[in-house]
Design a protein around this ligand. Sequence first.
Ligand code: DC
Length: 226
Amino acid sequence: MTEPPVLTIDGPSGSGKGTVAARVAEKLGWHVLDSGALYRLTALAARRAGVDFADHAAVAEIARKLPVRFEGGKVFLDGEDVSLAIRTETAGNDASKVAAIPEVRAALLDWQRGYARQPGLVADGRDMGTKVFPDAPVKIFLDASAEERARRRYKQLKEKGIDVNLAGLIAEIEERDRRDRNRSVAPLVPADDALIIDSTAMNVDEVVDLVLRAVRKALPDVGKGQ
Ligand code: DC
């Protein structure tokens, strides 16, 4: 049985990874792994259980036993729909903190690798190409300036009727970047063999096109005979 092909898409928050990963997966008919959701779920479950993030062993235990179910585009934690709860700014900041705990990353490693299934997987995160799927045949690192990422987030929140301050968002994004890029385990860096795409001045369709071209170049048989 041949290994399922994996396309990794890493990058900082707000670079558009999630949207691009979903669109590319749809075009290819592949599965998607939103690895950030696993860190967000771990943080939410820890917070709800009253576990201190400084207690690394306890947070890792929660990550190992997460009672999570993905169904119909929704995420359930212990049977409760938490699809929206894990998307708040607080959940994102908490996720960035638990993601810096080595035992948590180790607890989630095999689970993430288990998502690689035929006909293929698009894996979205921070360390997909460097740590989780280092042998992936196609790796993308999607970047954009902090200002542009904050502007995109601002627009999304405004559309949802949530009032936010742009300068505050830029500061938060820069702070999260610093934590994700400078942590000692699995820091946010492009894999040596990743294609780096700066999407600051690009729209989603242009990025999706570039990524699909990279997939077809590395895997000329994708989509044929399936
Ligand atoms: O992609 P996201 O915003 O949902 O991720 C939330 C946090 O989880 C982010 O600040 C960093 C962390 N994360 C990680 O460390 N490794 C991953 N593979 C995915 C996310």
